[in-house]
Design a protein around this ligand. Structure first.
Ligand code: 4AD
Ligand code: MG
Length: 508
């Protein structure tokens, strides 16, 4: 018999349906069993009572454990208090399998990260991870929607490549029939070729960087979306970056409200995409960073100092709050009130831990920002400090040539700078997009390839693009997981992809 899905319950109010899924959580009372069922489409409370299912089935239901799989039939009843607004009053059930000793608790914070990471194949079932993967799916769909409506052609670029485009230090080398080949760091060079055939294209594929860095924002295998547009300069490129990322975030706000709520995401911080994104040249950005130039009356260093003071004060207040609650519990209170206060104390402790982390970090960030030297690339903390004085994502453009890739176009009359652009997300999420206008001069490209000590023969085909009908063009790369991380408000990229591949992690 066909079954129904939790996401469709509203269409079946007061009717009988069959749901098939897994026990997310289960509570027992004398006469009722409350199963929180998950079926992939959502979560719903299902109430099994001894009166409606009969003794034998009720006995079976009593054995239910987390992640046991089953089919439940019953009546759909509106219940405002339930997530999703509906509850199933069960009149029949069929158990597929009982799971014993499921290793992940409903409250995952009780486990260390390692415990969860090692069980990623199971961790994916938990509510937060479910929400993140749904948002990832929405972002992927929004990307295709946007480009398809704007007349871009999707192309697949090769994964085995003979070229290093983004620096030679982080290449994965493989054996390609006896020849060395690299896993693609980017599809861009192929995108440039295809854009001379189709005008506007985008790649959407896996890319690889052998970065031996165990940071929350680096993966060894990540998905990149790289549009490339003929007859675009860097201004038009920035317009596209702005409209494109705004579209993605708004699409998530509109279609993933439930998922964002599960994640506790502060929606107002995402709504900043509806402001105009400030565009700041690198030389100005570093003055802002060092506190030498203000933005709307805000000084980056002073803002950090204020954040630090606020964190210190917050710790004192919250510590006092905890002490008062503990004293009140000790003095005696009703079970309900005690439970409430105990939960509140746990939440306060976690807020204090975050603030303590800020107190450790901010002084280092201030040091790094004040001493930032012209010509350096931004570190994570510099991006955090810089974006803090703006109210929207920020685009930094015209970068020093020596920190950027060989293909970026020189700024007119200023060969020390290139027309690159990075999009920095607010609140510490940092670089989401990197892009540029591309160098069109054959001579300059040859010089740059030599300067970067790249093998010329591997780039001959690329140089053909400049030999035959060369035109101004530009493009960028969006890191999918970086986007997911920002929208979801999660700390680490390993939660933004189903199975992360990163330094020190190949399993599961
Ligand atoms: O800035 P990147 O290195 O730029 C390029 O690869 C260009 N070829 C793009 C282009 O112009 N077509 O990388 C682009 C984006 C970064 O902004 C970041 O979001 C993401 O890819 N990224 C990573 N994401 C996860 N792990 C890593 N190790 C990443 N390296 C870059
Ligand atoms: Mg970059």
């Amino acid at each position: 018999m066909a079954h129904q899905y939790i996401s469709e319950l509203a269409q079946h109010e007061e009717k009988t349906v069959t749901l098939k899924g897994w026990v997310y959580n289960v509570r027992f009372s004398k006469t009722n069993i409350f199963v929180e069922l998950r079926d992939g489409s959502g979560f719903a409370q299902c109430v099994i009572s001894d009166e409606t299912v009969g003794e034998e089935k009720f006995e079976q239901a009593k054995q239910l454990t987390r992640e046991s799989s089953l089919a439940l039939s019953g009546t759909v009843v509106k219940d405002e208090r339930q997530v999703g607004g509906y509850e199933l009053q069960v009149n029949d059930l069929e158990v597929y399998t009982y799971a014993s000793d499921y290793p992940i608790k409903v409250n995952e914070t009780e486990h260390g990260v390692r415990h969860l990471v090692d069980r990623r194949h199971l961790w994916l079932r938990s509510k937060r991870q479910w929400a993140i993967m749904r948002i990832r799916n929405r972002i992927i769909m929004a990307i295709h929607e946007y480009f398809q409506k704007e007349g871009f052609l999707q192309m697949d670029s090769p994964i085995f490549t003979g070229n290093a485009a983004e620096g030679t230090t982080d290449l994965f080398e493989t054996d390609f029939f006896g020849e060395p080949a690299f896993l693609a760091q980017t599809g861009q060079l192929y995108g440039e070729a295809m854009c001379m055939s189709h005008g506007k294209i985008y790649t959407f594929g896996p890319t690889f960087r052998a970065e031996k860095s165990d940071t929350p924002r680096h993966l060894a295998e990540f998905w990149m979306i790289e549009p490339e547009m003929a007859f675009f300069d860097n201004e038009m490129n920035m317009d596209l970056i702005e409209n494109f990322t705004r579209y993605i975030v708004n699409s998530c706000l509109e279609k993933c409200a439930n998922e964002l709520q599960i994640l506790g995401r502060d929606i107002s911080r995402l709504e900043t995409v509806n402001q105009t994104y400030p565009r700041v040249p690198y030389t100005e950005a570093i003055k802002i960073l060092r506190g030498e130039q203000e933005v709307n009356g805000k000084n980056a260093i002073a803002v950090q100092e204020a954040d630090l003071a606020a964190a210190k004060e917050g710790i004192q207040e919250k510590t006092k709050d905890i002490a008062e609650r503990e004293a009140a519990i000790k003095a005696g209170m009703k079970k309900g009130a005690r439970k409430f206060n105990e939960a509140k104390i746990i939440a306060l402790r976690s807020e204090i831990a975050d603030m303590e982390e800020q107190c450790r970090n901010i002084p280092k960030w201030i040091e790094s920002a004040k001493n930032f030297e012209h010509g350096e690339d931004f570190g994570n903390s510099d991006e955090t400090v810089l974006t803090r004085v703006f109210d929207a994502p920020v685009m930094v453009y015209n970068w020093p040539a020596k920190v950027k890739a060989f293909y970026m176009k020189e700024v007119d009359g200023d060969p020390d700078y290139v027309k690159g652009v990075d999009l920095l997300a607010p609140d510490g999420y940092g670089e989401i997009v990197g892009g540029s206008e591309r160098e069109t001069s054959l001579d300059l490209l040859v010089t740059k390839i030599n300067e970067h000590q790249l093998p010329m023969e591997a780039f001959e085909w690329y140089l053909d693009l400049r030999r035959f009908g060369s035109v101004p063009h530009a493009g960028f790369g969006l890191g999918l997981e970086r986007m997911v991380r920002w929208v979801c408000g999660i700390h680490h990229l390993r939660e933004a992809i189903p199975f992360a591949r990163r330094y020190g992690q190949l399993f599961p």
